[in-house]
Write a protein that binds this ligand. Structure first.
Ligand code: SF4
Length: 487
């Protein structure tokens, strides 16, 4: 058999013991060239193909010149038992915008290459909730989304005025690509929007115009998140700067006012402010019920209120957050995108040890009253300043190993150190360090109030043996709090 002309194919990274794949002889490292004669472009097509009860596979195997044919028989719907190496096999569609606020352009040198991938791919929007600007969206994409019901999707709006939007994206197609948003909504696709608000650019009257444009042209949008831009110390864009407290307060006021307008017009608030705005403005967070079910919780909207409710014992509010800032570009298991990727490591008991909660500067402000309400003097917060990125970066999800090493090195031995899982992706921090690089054992805790409460009440958990550790790491997903880069 001559080698099929397939340049990209799903690569098997793990085969489940006793699964149909295992019984049929599939191995880690195999490349799945054809499944029932088809070569899937992405894990969406792949999932449909492997759902079939009978599968004829053509596999490229390391060390063999010719492909191998493998027949798999399984029950309809029975999982194949294979984890593949990425979500998109025919290359991620990259972004051709040049936004001044793009966080990827603000990364320091020397970070792993995959972190600098600027994707603008509706498939990653569907799979991970990545935001797409739709500047590279096509008629064929629309047809596929509508046919396969790839819903919900997440769209970067930033401004509805065509000229303003194309200036913000620094791409002339930004002026027209929101026509696809209308087509998606007309086709019944659930779409969540985002506006990265940059002071002096699209705040003030531009934000008012944008929200008016949304109500006028896209009233069936599910939600709109207003998030502040993030500015790292590596930014070279002179016009990009953090909000002042007054500017942050003005955005809160604008959103609050528009929520009332949307409530009157369509019976729901639709637009929400990121938690960071209330912290910057030094204002209380809105009441939990005003978030209408926390639909953009993972993008930092209502996270503090949900955390508070879960910490108080409300299991339904324990929503957690998606770990890692750029996790989606690193691939994912074919099944269970939000499932654990590894088992918790050995549990070590440290009864009665003082507890330190490691968190970002913003997280510390949210946690302080909650931890204080416990009345325990054996628990302390350890805010970790983000010196790695610098600028106005204060969210826990962007904590790096480098900063944790510096802080933990000055902390006493023998204490319990709790770390939110939101700063890890596949066991790695954004700077590629791992838990094993930290100078103190840490317990990784899912980033929700209920998990933290339980970790504080029961002083056990997956703890690093010795100086390093391996622990439960959740599936790669998306950004906990938007900072501009993820559109
Ligand atoms: S912010 Fe997003 S759309 Fe803009 S340049 Fe960066 S990756 Fe592209």
């Amino acid at each position: 058999m001559s080698a099929p002309r397939v340049t990209t194919a799903p690569k098997v990274v793990a085969v489940t013991e006793s699964s149909p794949a295992h019984r049929s002889g599939l191995r880690a490292g195999d490349e799945l060239l054809f499944l029932n004669g088809r070569s899937p472009r992405d894990v969406i097509e792949y999932s449909l193909l492997v759902d079939e009860p009978d599968l004829d596979l053509v596999v490229r195997r390391r060390g063999l010149t010719d492909p191998v044919s493998i027949r798999v028989q399984k029950e309809p719907g029975e999982p194949l038992g294979v984890e593949v190496s990425s979500a998109v096999f025919d290359r991620v569609r990259t972004c051709d915008n040049h936004c001044e606020f793009c966080f990827i352009h603000q990364l320091p040198k020397g970070m792993r290459r995959s972190l600098s991938l600027k994707d603008d791919d509706y498939r990653l929007s569907f799979l991970y909730g990545n935001f797409t600007t739709l500047t590279r969206f096509t008629e064929m994409d629309l047809e596929r989304v509508l046919t396969e019901r790839l819903s919900p999707l997440f769209v970067s709006i930033h401004a509805t005025d065509p000229d303003t939007r194309s200036e913000l994206l620094r791409n002339r197609r930004g002026a027209t690509s929101l026509r696809w948003l209308g087509a998606l909504l007309d086709g019944g696709i659930e779409v969540h929007g985002q506006v990265v608000v940059c002071p002096g650019q699209n705040n003030g009257h531009v934000l008012d115009d944008t929200l008016a444009g949304i109500l006028d042209r896209y009233p069936t949008l599910a939600t709109v998140a207003c998030v502040p831009l993030g500015v790292s110390r590596f930014s070279k864009e002179s016009a990009m700067r953090p909000h002042t407290r007054e500017e942050a307060a003005a955005v809160c006021d604008t959103v609050d006012s528009w929520q009332q307008t949307f409530l009157t017009a369509i019976g729901r608030r639709m637009v929400f402010c990121a938690d960071e705005y209330y912290l910057m403005a030094e204002r209380p967070f809105p009441a939990a019920h005003t978030y209408e079910g926390f639909p953009q919780h993972e993008n930092g909207l209502g996270m503090a209120r949900a955390f508070e409710a879960a910490f108080g014992g409300d299991e339904h509010a324990a929503l957690g957050v998606r770990p890692g800032f750029f996790a989606a570009v690193d691939g994912a298991p074919a099944a269970g995108y939000r499932a654990p990727r590894s088992e918790p490591a050995t549990t070590s008991r440290r009864h009665h040890a003082p507890v330190a909660i490691l968190t970002g500067e913003y997280g510390a402000r949210v946690l302080a009253p909650l931890v204080g309400s416990l009345g325990r003097d054996d628990i302390r917060l350890v805010p970790v300043t983000n010196n790695f990125f610098g600028g106005n970066i204060g969210v826990s999800g962007l904590l790096t190993g480098t900063d944790l090493v510096a802080v933990l090195g000055g902390q006493p031995e023998g204490h319990r150190y709790l770390l939110p899982d939101s700063c890890l992706s596949e066991g790695r921090f954004l700077d590629d360090l791992t838990l094993a690089d930290l100078p103190r054992p840490v317990e990784v805790v899912p980033t929700d109030g209920l998990s933290l409460r339980r970790a504080l009440e029961a002083p056990t958990g997956p703890v690093v043996p010795g100086t390093g550790c391996a622990t439960a790491v959740r599936a790669p997903e998306r950004v906990p709090v938007s900072l501009g880069a993820p559109r």
